[in-house]
Design a protein. Sequence first.
Length: 476
Amino acid sequence: MTVPGVERVVARRPKVGLVAGGLGAYWPQFPDLLPTLQRSAAVVSERIRALDCDVVDAGFISNAQEGAAAAEKLRVSGCDLIVGFLTTYMTATMLVPVAQRSGAPVLLISLQPTEAMDHATFDTGQWLAYCGACPLPEMANAFLRCGVAFRSVSGYLSDERAWARIARWIRAAGVRGALRHGRHGLMGHVYPGMLDVSTDLSLVTANFGGHVEVLEFDDLRVRVDAVSDVETKERMALAGDVFDVDPSVKEEDFAWAARVSVALDRLVEDFSLDSLAYYHRGLAGEIHERLAAGMILGASLLTARGIPAAGEYELRTSLAMMIVDRLGGGGSFTELQALNFADGVVEMGHDGPAHLAISDQRPLLRGLGTYHGKRGWGVSVEFDVSHGPVTAFGIGQLRDGSFRFVASEGSVVGGPLLAIGNTTSRVDFGCDPGEWTDRWSATGIAHHWALGTGHLVAGLRATADLLGVEMVEIGS
């Protein structure tokens, strides 16, 4: 998901630990069995490597001692997900140590060679190659008794439905890894009075891992001062390639936004940021107010690069945007705008930064003399999210400090939109807009969230599972 001319950052690839195994007592009894199972393990390893991840293959284990050696190899590898391939019957003591020591979520897979055995011709050794489902209940029982969470996928080697589920878990593990290793910038101060967006920074680390880097607008100011006129003109040219520029845009405001955009890139690079949330109120046109007012262009370009940026100090929404982006849905800064009962849609969007890669048409830069609810003036982004399936996704914070995923699938449909320098989309959730809004709000979601393309609930559910986070789904 890219914008022409805007180079996305190279995202951290998930690291998947793989161990395959079977009961060693079978090998002398059925000499052809182990080579057959090892060939299946090679197929699985190759398929997993093709899923945009790095694989640490601990090999094929046949007893508890080999399982312990595999556990140690995977423990030091820092994996985001451990995949245990049950090729035939094997005892739980071979895999439990792997799960206990790795510190990573565990996925058990049972993929037999083909859809079904040839019962008329198979002997015992050939049957055992299809016996990978047999130990799954044993593993489940042992893992539960040992307090180790797990999930499983059963199928056959060329079963694309099974591989789609495996890919979903690996992508979710990549999101978990991105959060655990992420560096999230928080610049400025909370929008006064927004109790719902206020977040105890330690709760991000407690719930997801990662690090929150507290920044000042002065960190941006000194970098803006260092931007040259040549760099400013180059950024204006890039913006001209990405956006339609409305006649309402004043040249001096455009140049200021471009200068701030260049400085934002340097800020992100200097602090190694994976996301950014920001807000500054300012007063009477002083420099910090001008910096905050000039953020929208640069924040939108950052978001298109895969570094989500959200206004109004919305840390949890910048994280939600990052999750949706890593799941392939883009993820744009969003809130409720109006309910259209005549057309049965919820109108949602936001002033400020947006994910340019999911715009239905070429995005527009519009000049605004007033930012509603904020001080300052300048250029803003206007677009409609691509028509078709979408997912609204946000992160709620509960009274005990735990985070909660909230998601709802719908479709963006065409129709009249405001032309006021905001993103706006008409979302049909398949029910009365008022009833949807009441149920959505009752979850405890904050008044901002991410809107991403595609139906992403299955991937979000897998991500919530790996993070140990509750997930609430609002259906039609």
